[in-house]
Structures are given as structure tokens and as C-alpha cells.
Design a protein around this ligand. Structure first.
Ligand code: SF4
Length: 386
């Protein structure tokens, strides 16, 4: 039913402003303001498809209750649009997944659901519409293979992120399956230290409480490991963690065939990589005064785009155009803040130089639709010309 929903999708998410900027070589000039848009930004192929399927599902089953297991993507605007179409989100207050039955339709989001959740929905007899992205399925394939071969999956990801929870659950499909989730280099360094030197097992388990498979024993479960990652992590960090773990294994087992202790696959998705590469290219090519990164505060790939930008130039991560409060004030999430949703927003004064030429760089996470990007462009223009 792709054609049947094309007009609705265009009405909800298209932006003629963004189209113009693209046509104009990703640059927009107005008065003293120049905006450079990264050449890859916004909706990725997985999100595009998931949102499309959600609209098609609503059209295909007009008389049935339609649910999402959770937010389809980490963008408040898109989730609200779906709620408006009477697509209910099971994690919303008042929803109860125990009421689901064979007459209900449930959409699985782009980042997938855990093995346990899928089994429950199947048992309840719901009609399932699976929008799990192919790049996530690719990670799962590797994690399952690790489990089959008795390798523990070391997953670079966020413990509470739906995708990482779903990926970790794949390891438990086999009795030998184990996992440990590391958030960043410093957590990977703790794992590497244990691989090299062993240590206090209880302290390790306390450190990684909630981030290891049931019954995890670092003394035996860190002898054979394979790396994987949440698809939206910072690529450079994922690669570095893979190298760190590989080096620890070589130190610990210098005389062994490494293939029997360590495996790694690059499971960052191409869309994430392209967006990260594009923003680096933009910052290399242009003298940018400030960067604006648009996307949900709980969107992992957006947070990582903001980290890249902030390491090079003054950067504001905003969730929506309304965060641009005035020419003087911007509401934003400080880059590097913990990943809760709104609590940590701050208001900063003087984000836009009041006079003189100003060059603004702009990018958006994979869950940000073009209409939001277009509104940000128009709002910055309005304030710069005031
Ligand atoms: S960010 Fe990558 S893995 Fe996630 S939905 Fe988009 S394309 Fe798929």
C-alpha cells in the first residue's frame, strides 16, 4: 500500500525548504547568514521504511486496534503523528500489553524487540508487522553466531536502549550464549583489564549489574569473545573498543591462535556511518561558527553526531524548532550529558552572534524528518534577519 500512503507521508514529513537547500549544493544564504547542511542527514533507510510500514498498517487494518511496542523511532514529532492516527504505543501510560489478542495488530519498531517480547506477542496471537531494520538483523546474525560457537558477545551500546536489549537477547537463544554490554572506552577498559589480569569477580559483576547475561562469570565467559555494537554508536569508538579487546586477548593468550579467542565485525550501520562522515566532511570544508544538531535527546545517533561536532566547534543539540527560543536564547541538551529525555535541557544566551556574518552548520539524526529540519532553517533565518 506504499502508493496509498505516499501523500500522507509527504504531507507529514516533506520540506520544500530542505529540497531547495539540497538543490543549491546544501548551502542556503540569506543576508548575513549562511547555513551549510551536512550532505547526509535525517531519516535513514531503516526509519524511512519503518514509518512507511506504520502508515501502511493503519490503512490496511482500518477497523483493528494497531499498536507499536514502543516509540517507533526516537523522535517526538513522528511518534505524535502516529498517535494522531490512532496508532497506540504500548509504553504509553494506561496501555496494558496483557490485553492484546488475535484481533490486534502490533508493529515492531526499526530497532527490533527482544526475543522474549516477540515470543509473548506471538503467543497472544497478534498480527505482527515487523519493521526491524536489516542492519539491526545483521548485528543479530553475528551475535547468534557468537552464541552458537561459544563466544561471549561484547556489545558496545546503551544498556537501556531498545536495540541493545533486543541484540543482547539474541545471545540467549543458545545455552552457551553470553553477553556483556559496554557503554564506552572506560567500561571496555574494565573488561580488558579483567581479560588480561583477572580480578575480583564480585566487583566486576557489581560494576556491570544489569549489563551481563544471567549467570555471567567473567573468569570463564571472557575467554572467547566477539565484538558487536548498537548500530548507532560512535563509529570511531566502536572500532577502538574492538581494537582494545583484541589487544587484551593477544596479551592474555600470546601463544594461541587468536581466532579461537577473539572475533569482531563492524556492525555500525552504513546510514549512521554516512551521517558521521558527512558532518566531519562539513567541518573540514567550511569555517563554521556554530553547529546545530537536530534530533530526539534519547536518539543515540543524534547524540553521537553532537559529540563529533562539539569536539570541533560550538554545538547545540536541539530536539525541535521550538528550542530556538529567540535570537538571544536557545534551549538545548548539553553535549555529553546523561541520556535522560528532557530533564537536562538548559537555556543558553547569546547562541547567535547579534551582528556580522555568521555561518551555521546543520545536521539531523536518523530519526528526524525533513519538515523539522526545514523549520529549523526557517527559524534560524528569521532570527538572523531580525
Ligand atoms: S540507524 Fe541504521 S540500523 Fe538504525 S534504523 Fe537507521 S539504517 Fe537501520
Amino acid at each position: 500500500m506504499k502508493e496509498a500512503v505516499a501523500a500522507d507521508l509527504a504531507a507529514a514529513y516533506h520540506s520544500s525548504v530542505v529540497d531547495d537547500v539540497r538543490k543549491n549544493g546544501f548551502v542556503r544564504q540569506s543576508g548575513r547568514l549562511t547555513i551549510h547542511l551536512a550532505q547526509e542527514f535525517g531519516f535513514c533507510y531503516g526509519v524511512d521504511r519503518a514509518v512507511d510500514y506504520a502508515y501502511q498498517t493503519r490503512k490496511r487494518f482500518p477497523d483493528r486496534r494497531v499498536f507499536l511496542t514502543g516509540e517507533i523511532i526516537h523522535n517526538p514529532h513522528v511518534n505524535d503523528e502516529l498517535r494522531r492516527q490512532q496508532i497506540r504505543i504500548l509504553t504509553d501510560p494506561g496501555e496494558d500489553r496483557r490485553t492484546l489478542g488475535p484481533d490486534d495488530v502490533v508493529i515492531l519498531p526499526a530497532f527490533g524487540v527482544s526475543v522474549g517480547d516477540l515470543a509473548s506477542l506471538e503467543k497472544q496471537g497478534c498480527t505482527l508487522v515487523d519493521t526491524t531494520c536489516g542492519s539491526v538483523l545483521n548485528v543479530w546474525k553475528n551475535v547468534v553466531r557468537y552464541a552458537q560457537d561459544g563466544f561471549t558477545a561484547v556489545i558496545h551500546g546503551k544498556v537501556k536502549h531498545e536495540e541493545t536489549r533486543a541484540t543482547a537477547s539474541q545471545a540467549l537463544k543458545y545455552p552457551e550464549g553470553r553477553y556483556v554490554i559496554v557503554l564506552d572506552r572506560s567500561e571496555a577498559a574494565v573488561v580488558c583489564d579483567y581479560i588480561r589480569n583477572g580480578g575480583d569477580r564480585e566487583a566486576f559483576l557489581a560494576r556491570f549489574a544489569g549489563a551481563v547475561s544471567p549467570g555471567f562469570n567473567p573468569d570463564v565467559d571472557l575467554v572467547r569473545v566477539g565484538c558487536a555494537n548498537q548500530t548507532t554508536m560512535l563509529m570511531s569508538e566502536s572500532l577502538e573498543i574492538g581494537e582494545m579487546v583484541g589487544a587484551a586477548m593477544r596479551d592474555r593468550y600470546p601463544n594461541d591462535d587468536m581466532a579461537s579467542h577473539f572475533r569482531a565485525f563492524d556492525t555500525i550501520c552504513s546510514a549512521t556511518q554516512e551521517r558521521q562522515d558527512a558532518v566531519e566532511a562539513l567541518l573540514d570544508a567550511e569555517p563554521i561558527d556554530l553547529m546545530i544538531v537536530v534530533g530526539g535527546y534519547n536518539s543515540s545517533n543524534t547524540v553521537n553526531l553532537a559529540r563529533i561536532c562539539a569536539s570541533r566547534v560550538r554545538t547545540y543539540h536541539i530536539a525541535e524548532p521550538g528550542c530556538l527560543l529567540s535570537a538571544g536564547q536557545i534551549r538545548h541538551r548539553p553535549v555529553g550529558a546523561p541520556s535522560t529525555v528532557r530533564a537536562e535541557e538548559v537555556v543558553t544566551e547569546g547562541w547567535l552572534p547579534p551582528t556580522g556574518r555568521v555561518v551555521v552548520g546543520l545536521t539531523a539524526g536518523a530519526s528526524t524528518p525533513n519538515n523539522i529540519v526545514g523549520q529549523v532553517i526557517e527559524t534560524v533565518e528569521r532570527f538572523a534577519s531580525a
